[in-house]
Every structure is written in C-alpha cells, then in structure tokens.
Write a new protein. Sequence first.
Length: 379
Amino acid sequence: MNAHAAVHSNWASLVHPNGDPIRLNTQDFVAIDRDRDATYDPIYRPQALYNRVINGFHANNEAFLLQEVATNLPIYRPDAGPTDFHLHLPPGAFQLVLVTSGLFTFDYDGLMHHVGPGALILQSAIVHRQSSYSWSGLPTDANLKTPQTVVPDPLSMGYSGKFIEAFITEPTTFPNPTVVHSEEIDEAETPRLAWSHPFHDRPREAGFWYQDPLSLDALYRPLAAGIVKSPMPVHVRDLGIEAPSGHLVTGHIVATDPRGQSLLPKSASPIADVAGLEKGEVVVYRVIRGTAEFREAAGKGFELATGDSVTVGRNSATLVGVGENTQLLRLGLLKGMDDLRRWTSAQRDEIDGLAGQIITRKDARPQRTQGKPVGYLYE
C-alpha cells in the first residue's frame, strides 16, 4: 500500500460515482434555446462569460450541458490570466472543446496545444490548464457579436478567444480538483510535468482526442444530394469523437460554403458516411453561423439562426435544410450514457478536498513539445 492509499483508505469508494443514474430523455421532445434570449455570465472565472443551452439541459434530465465560452478580459489583469492545473471528473470523464474564434494555448499532461478556430479537443480526466488566450479589446457587447467559425482564417484568429464546450451533467455537480494553484506554477518547470491520478471513471476506449481542422480526418465530405436541402452543396466533417468518448457521443459539423466561394477544406474522397448522422438517443444541434431548418415529427417546421440551439428526442425533429455559409454542430448522445451515475455531493467535496494529493506519479518532459501522446499515463 503506497503512502497515499494509506492516508486515504476510502479511495476505492471514490473511483466510481455512486449517486443517482443518468437518464437521457428518450421521449418525444423539442427544446429550443434562442440566441436572442441568451445570457452571458462569469460562472467559473471572471475573464470568461458562459452562455448555456439551458432549456435543452433541463429538458434532457440535466444529463448533458452545451455552452459557449467567450473570453472577455485581457490576460494581463490580476483577476484574469491563466488558469490553475486541474481536472474534471464528470461521469464518463467527458469534456469537449470546439474553438470558434481567436487563439488559445492549452496544456494537457505537460504537452502544449496552440489552437485556433475549428480545433477540436476531447479529454477524459486529464490534468490540464489554459495558459493563454487572445482578447480583441472590443467592448463586451461587440465582443459577444463577433462572427464564429470552425474554419481557420486570419480574421477569425484576431478576435477574442471563444469555444463551444460540452460536459456530461454539469461542472458544479462533479469533482474539479485543483492540482497546482495558479500562484504556485513555475512556468519554466510545472507545465513540463505530466501527472497520473487514481480516479479513472472512464468507459472503455475513452481517452484524449485532438483533431486539427486541416488534418485529413477533418476534411469535409459531400453529403449525398436530397438528404438536406440547400442552395449550396452540403458537406460534413466527422469530429471523430465516438470512440475516444467511450462510445458516449458522436459529433459532426454540417456546413455549406458562402455563395461564390470555396471556404471549407474539402476531401477528394467520395460522399460522406451518413451512418453517424443517424446516431443519437438524444441529439443536440448548435448553429455556429448561418441558418438551419428542422421539421418536427408532427410536421411542424422551425428555423434556427446563428447562436440558436435545439435539443431533441431521437425522432422528434429532423434537419431538413441549411442556408448558404452555414456551420451546424450536431452531437448525438448514445445509449452508453445511461450506464453512468452521478457523483454524490459528499464524493464531490471529498475529491475536491484531496486536490493535489490525488497525484500518484509525475513525469517530466525534456521539452513541452516532446514525449509520448497526451494521456499516456492513464493507458
């Protein structure tokens, strides 16, 4: 028995949540969140404003939270700046980040990732930190209205950093232990450390996943004609998250070019595989830019515009049309989520209280860009 186990003999009871089961809402329902009704609140840290897809969250039994995170203060302020090193232990150990403007530097297990619009990160209970971000200097109202995109271009990189983020359940309900506080970080040394910890509530195959927006697996493939109507050819990017999420969530972006332009980085491969677009006991759509048209099972139609979201039961509504210059995020929530449980409040508080004590191994990297793949200490 190692020293940590001797001090915390009850760790076995903390490895897996033992609270209430998570249950997707598989009934017929349609929950719409409109951008015009959105509020942006500094829920977790002052430099970031959070816009939550709250109607969909409640309608889906609070099983899955999608939110937009908008950087709104310069990094040099004493109340802003880099975050501490921490980790999230949600059910399934799931966190998704899709950058939609600006630039960020994230540190996952001692490896630095400099990312911009279109970069996709999925991580499972890995010690990480946001060490830098861009800020445009615009007033809040103007900053929140800057256009978003998942296709990298110089203009979008110059805006304040924003990303779409998703969790299974909600961050205040699961442990988020701090490993190294911000004021204790030695920039010359601490970011070069990778950590191992004993709390691995992760489904089979779940791990770290990073998709560069210009990598071959991120290129857009044409959607067969007639599936979704549009004045422009419709293309699909598979985010590749089904396996690394532990087969909990699928992810795709449905997109069109602006009229007269070729904006999307396209693959020369044949038409897109639509099998992934048919998965999901519950489906969440978010319009990043443009417009999308849906039809409910009863035949009633509705339209979403930039910043709108809809959460629907499996067959409750179907995507039937997209406008030109549209980018639409689709997340399909799979049956495996029903095998997960929530942390009890006592478990959450106990793990948060352990903080850096949960680390059982450290590994230094010669350089921040060298070493084995991120998350290797958990495999």
